[in-house]
Design a protein around this ligand. Sequence first.
Ligand code: ZN
Length: 298
Amino acid sequence: MLFSALFFMIDTFNNNIYQQTLSKAVLVSGIGLHSGVNVSMRLLPASEDYGIRFIRTDLEKNNQIEALWSNVSDTQLSTTISNNFGVTVSTIEHLMSALSGLHIDNLKIEIDGPEVPIMDGSSKEFVKIIDSIPIKNLNKKRKIIKIKKEIKVTKKDTSVELKPNNQFSIDFEIDFPSLLISKQSCQLQLINGNYKTDIASARTFGFEEDVDFLRSNGFALGGSLDNAVVVGKDKILNKEGLRYKDEFVRHKILDSIGDLYLAGAPILGYFYGNKSGHHLNNLLLRTLFSDVSNYEYI
Ligand SMILES: [Zn+2]
């Protein structure tokens, strides 16, 4: 069995203590992984303390959804948020991960459909697009959520944890029956700006044997070898192979960074995930915010 461990550092807060947004609007378009619908988004500069908000431009009213843990309404296969009127945006996690990795605190996202484009299955394209325009510093300081107590959520043999730590570090373990994945673990500290090189390119993945079932249930309708790693019985079906030897666990980290950014601010603490996913990530944030003594804003 393959067991790989990695230790490297990436940066969550960089040295800039001020909130950031984009300096101008940028257009992104592509197909939704599950809906199969073509969608266009405009990422627009936003002011201090605006946070990250989606605006469904295909709807005339009640079309604003804040990217917050309390708005998460579905975690089956992807993270979906909704507002009080039942308006949703799904598969937000890879874009949220890119915004966290690039320290974008405030952003208005106009989207003309129900699902964020999957791009190449990772957050690499979002990073490239955002990186192509200058970041704008705002006048207000960034707030950070400092973890003060250990919090753990367990479900069967899966779990997630947050612990006090003076860096944002992530430790993740997966264990799949497929010998092409099996056990992988990855630990990193978010310090030196290598989200782009070490995490952003890790693609989402699925199993060839699940494709028919997913499609017959209305999932993965936009999925292809261009936007997911597909694991067959004895080989990876993508001609180009893997981008990292342990791309699977790195993608789980990419997802977790995106889901945790729904806290509404960067987290200062240690995160551990064991075979977990979007559902437990959201439960962890709900548990965190259920008791004000669990955290403080700094
Ligand atoms: Zn993902």
